[in-house]
Ligand binder design. Structure first.
Ligand code: BJ8
Length: 426
């Protein structure tokens, strides 16, 4: 009997379909990660997290719940996880990056819709994602049409709360936003069965700040002194895992990886030759197991050294400043301050994102940008015009790729990427 069968039965998982999903994931992971040579030794921890993503980690979560903890599944980096952590709850990402559940999702949802949400919704109706099954509450937000209308369907299947994220950053919107953060806090207090205190929230903020600082440290080490000590695909994996793992353990493991990368840089151990183009991928998030674009780019001989995305730089660029905070309200204001710096394409206007992309290109000495958008993500797709125009004006080559989770267009994308890289080399 499979070691986790009893746990899956308790979580009402469709065991047969789940096995098919995990077999497919295992094959893809072995092909793209385990069979690659020259990876940092510290990646072993992260490989194991993926191997046990529906095993040991879920077991830990179930155990924590049995000991009085609670769980919140989220779809967006606007959800203030610090509050969940402060109340000793567990917050994790539910965005779907797999093609596997999409055909079933399409029996409820339109085909011409963002695959990220179709994939996640498909996991719920298939009962193949233990994170969904173990969640006490699904926290949705109003960032895009696909999401906010899907929450209405999800409400029939599980406990959902929707956070109103405004689409502007003026004072009126910020007042609404602050109220939403406080409502979120009250909701979490009910789940936790206790009140949120100043000290607990400060501690929760520190834990998440430490996690973001570790991710930023990794980001800074990805390309230094002409050395690329870690493949972009591996760095992406580490960032993806940040949405599932225990935050304290994760920070420690990322810092261990960074220590190793510093050593590699000193020794000049690079996974890409000096002359290989350095690429920034900018756009929609890449939820696991969405490794499509990174693997194509890196197999074509370029190094992905940065992601301007929510599973990437946008998530850990800014920390919450608790300096001078004396009351819970002060901390809530600092949370708002930090979260309202997020430059998601759902905002209008959104000039910060353009500035941030250009600054990132300069900071990381980027040779070219791949503007990545999931099919039918209108906000990122439309914003592509402004971002790519600004990049061209700066003389930075850019290639726009719009794709979903199927593998049908892999060779077509590869041809375009190869031509783009040739152009950069010339
Ligand atoms: S802060 S990027 S995580 S909303 S689901 S918008 S891909 S059509 S995920 Fe996002 Fe929060 Fe913004 Fe980041 Fe497009 Fe798909 Fe919508 Fe999506």
């Amino acid at each position: 009997m499979e070691p986790y069968t009893k746990m899956y039965e308790d979580l009402n998982i469709d065991i047969e379909k789940h096995k098919m999903l995990m077999d497919a994931l295992g094959r893809l992971f072995a092909e793209l990660f385990l069979n690659r040579k020259g990876r940092p030794k510290s990646m072993a921890y992260f490989d194991n997290v993926i191997a046990e993503i529906h095993g040991k980690r879920i077991e830990e979560i179930v155990k924590a719940k049995n000991n009085g903890s609670f769980t919140v599944g989220a779809f967006c980096i606007f959800v203030p996880e610090e509050i969940v952590v402060a109340l000793e709850g567990i917050c994790y990402g539910l965005c779907g990056g797999a093609q596997f559940p999409i055909p079933e999702a399409e029996t409820h949802l339109p085909r011409n819709m963002c695959p990220l949400i179709k994939s996640a919704y498909g996991f719920k109706i298939q009962r193949t994602c233990p994170y969904f099954q173990v969640a006490d509450l699904i926290y949705g937000e109003t960032t895009c049409e696909a999401k906010k209308k899907t929450w209405e369907l999800l409400e029939d299947l599980c406990n959902v709360h929707v956070m109103h994220i405004p689409h502007k950053k003026d004072e009126v919107s910020k007042r609404l936003w602050l109220k939403e953060i406080k409502d979120f806090s009250e909701k979490m207090e009910k789940l936790a069965g206790k009140r949120l205190t100043f000290d607990a929230l400060k501690r929760g903020i520190e834990i998440v700040n430490t996690k973001r600082a570790a991710m930023k440290r990794l980001f800074d080490l990805r390309y230094k002194d002409e050395v690329v000590p870690i493949a972009g695909l591996d760095a992406l994996l580490v960032y993806q895992i940040s949405f599932y793992d225990d935050p304290v353990r994760y920070s420690q493991k990322v810092n261990e990886l960074c220590d190793e990368l510093e050593e590699r840089i000193l020794q000049g151990i690079t996974v890409f030759p000096k002359e290989s183009p350095k690429i920034l991928v900018s756009g929609t998030p890449m939820a696991p197991p969405n490794w499509k674009v990174h693997s194509i780019v890196e197999e074509s001989g370029a190094a992905v050294v940065a992601e301007e995305a929510c599973i990437g730089y946008r998530y850990f660029r800014d920390n919450i400043d608790v300096e001078g905070c004396k009351t819970l309200d002060d901390l809530f204001l600092s949370i708002l301050e930090r979260y309202s710096k997020i430059d998601c394409a759902c905002f209008t206007p959104n000039p910060e994102r353009i500035e941030n992309v250009i600054n990132l290109c300069k900071k990381k000495k980027i040779d070219g940008v791949i503007y990545y958008t999931l099919s039918f993500c209108h906000t990122y797709n439309i914003e592509a015009k402004k971002v790519t125009d600004a990049l061209k004006k700066e003389g930075i080559p850019v290639l726009k790729i719009e794709t979903d989770y199927s593998f049908e267009d892999v060779e077509q994308i590869r041809t375009r990427v190869e031509a783009f890289l040739e152009g950069i080399k010339e």
